[in-house]
Design a protein around this ligand. Structure first.
Ligand code: ATP
Length: 518
């Protein structure tokens, strides 16, 4: 199935089963803004909780923070966002569509890379076991030519972006003969810079009000509180401050569902260190963060690192952890060595010292920072697309109805509902018995009770929202206190005593067993 079709299916599944809705849908929606429904809110909470626990509970030297969305406007001057938080945009005069100029070039490069990889794959098939990929890539003339083209475009784009040479970016787009995907034409406007911050007014009167921004990242709330937390928490370097919360960016091209939103949530951790140790900590956090992803049971080949060519205005080393989304490999998380850029600039703009006093060396310094920054909504999309599965069900097996099923094979600890409690029929005392079982489980797990429709239909609904366990109560339950426990992924069913259910479920859904893999 084409990747676009998979994304479409995921989007409609998210809507149909209460995960994600278009914001203000009754007014035809608001572009690139989304609401999380009853199941989406739970899944999102569970992802956030996993991140928070991994950061603040497993690391003695990382503490949490919850800073405000509004900040003093000078914050954004100091951070560089007022002057430099912009994207180069270009319009196609025929389709009137707007694009990020750098993204057009990146997509062009990606197409050539895909071509190269296809060629290598074909050769690997042709030559079989004898195939030496490295040698092939280094000697095949077509591949060499394409690699040279990729390097050339990359280098020129990097130089143009760094020197803000917007006319060269346009020239490059023209030389690469990039066409507008909608109109198919090369009728481009000039490239312009567009600031991504949303601004609003704070204060009641026109005279007395001042312009404030909706924060475009949560990180600055951490920097301005650096000394507050360090002093009151008696933190010793190296230490980290973690925060989750909303961020806002007026993205030029906002598409691909919750991948690129105008209002989204970040989970960021700033790690304060001694200058000179940043590469050591940068590598440490690269490794730690990948481990966090893999501990959920997502296969390693779904992830890759991508080193930044164009470093942001604050970084001296930066990479992305990319995920294989339905649209291909794209950024999921960033790991950045931010030097003393932020604290240093806040010192300058506020006139307040933001330094750490090292008692061993008896001197003060502005710490360096290594940051890990992941989008919660992107992580949500990664998890949903990894878990979404359409399967054929074999006739009659375990009493399941034959046909197809859509199942979300979510990591059980993230599932919105952990266990469904289902009386086989609505009478004979089965609902009452089911309620007793539900009452014994609901303090430990999020349960869902349902007595409507056939048991097969109820199983399918639970599969579709990723519920790892279903418990069915039948007439035998009234006699011997046993129930049928059904497993989501294998659809296996077993008869067990009600006494043991809590332990079986706990073993599979607890956050503890995932955290212990870190
Ligand atoms: P991109 O290159 O995709 O615009 P970025 O490099 O600007 O992302 P950062 O500023 O490093 O992103 O933000 C950290 C993380 O926040 C990203 O890795 C991503 O997961 C998330 N993020 C950034 N922008 C958005 C957005 N518009 N919608 C959803 N998540 C986002």
């Amino acid at each position: 199935m084409a990747n676009e079709d998979i994304l479409k299916k995921i989007i409609s599944h998210c809507k149909e089963y209460g995960f994600v809705f278009q914001s203000s849908e009754i007014y035809d929606g608001l572009s690139a803004v989304y609401d999380y429904g009853q199941n989406g809110a739970e899944l999102k909470n569970n992802i956030r909780q996993y991140w928070w626990a991994a950061m603040t509970q497993l690391n003695e030297n990382i503490v949490g923070l919850d800073s405000a969305i509004f900040m003093h406007p000078t914050t954004w001057k100091a951070s560089g966002h007022v002057d430099a938080f912009s994207d180069p945009l270009i319009d196609n005069k025929d389709s009137k569509k707007r694009y990020r100029a750098d993204v057009l070039l990146e997509e062009y490069i990606q197409k050539i890379e895909d071509k190269v990889n296809k060629e290598v794959e074909k050769a690997a098939k042709r030559f079989g076991e004898k195939f030496d990929e490295k040698m092939y890539r280094e000697t095949n003339p077509r591949i060499l030519e394409n690699s040279k083209k990729i390097d050339g475009v990359n280098l020129r784009m990097k130089a143009a972006l760094e020197s803000n040479n917007l006319s060269d970016i346009k020239l490059l787009i023209e030389e690469c003969e990039i066409v507008c995907p909608v109109s198919g034409s090369r009728n481009w406007t000039e490239v312009r810079q567009f600031n991504l911050m949303f601004a609003t007014e704070m204060g009641a009167t026109a005279d007395g009000s001042s312009k404030v921004y909706l924060r475009p990242e949560t990180a600055q709330g951490i920097f301005v509180n650096f000394l507050n937390v360090q002093k009151t928490g008696r933190m010793k370097i190296p230490f980290g401050i973690a925060q989750t919360g909303k961020a806002f960016r007026n993205e030029i091209v906002a598409r691909q569902f919750i991948f690129r939103m105008r209002e989204f949530e970040q989970m960021e951790m700033q790690f304060f260190i001694k200058p000179g140790t940043e590469m050591q900590w940068y590598n440490h956090w690269k490794e730690k963060r990948l481990k966090w992803h893999l501990a959920m049971g997502i296969p390693e080949n779904k992830y890759r690192f991508h080193d930044h060519l164009k470093l942001a205005h604050y970084a001296n080393a930066a990479c992305d952890i990319e995920f294989d989304f339905p649209m291909g490999f794209k950024e999921l998380e960033g790991i950045h060595s931010r030097t003393d850029f932020d604290l240093g600039n806040h010192e300058k703009h506020s006139g307040k010292k933001l330094q750490y006093f090292d008692t061993e060396e008896n001197k003060s310094f502005v710490p360096y920072v290594v940051e890990t920054s992941i989008g919660l909504d992107r992580m949500f999309l990664a998890i949903i697309s990894q878990s979404f599965c359409e399967e054929k069900v074999v006739s009659g097996e375990n009493g399941e109805e034959a046909g197809e099923r859509v199942v979300l094979k979510l990591p059980p600890f993230l599932a919105p509902v952990k266990v469904a409690v289902l009386p086989l029929i609505k009478k004979d005392g089965l609902p009452e018995k089911a309620r007793i079982i539900m009452d014994s489980l609901k303090f430990d797990f999020r349960c869902y009770y349902e007595e409507k429709d056939t048991i097969g239909k109820r199983y399918r609904r639970m599969d579709a929202i990723g519920t790892p366990f279903c418990i069915t109560i039948d007439h035998q339950t009234l006699l011997d206190n046993t129930v049928t426990l059904r497993y989501r992924d294998s659809m296996k069913q077993e008869r067990i005593s009600t006494d043991g259910i809590g332990e079986i479920i706990k073993d599979k859904v607890s956050l503890k067993q995932v955290l212990s893999r870190l």
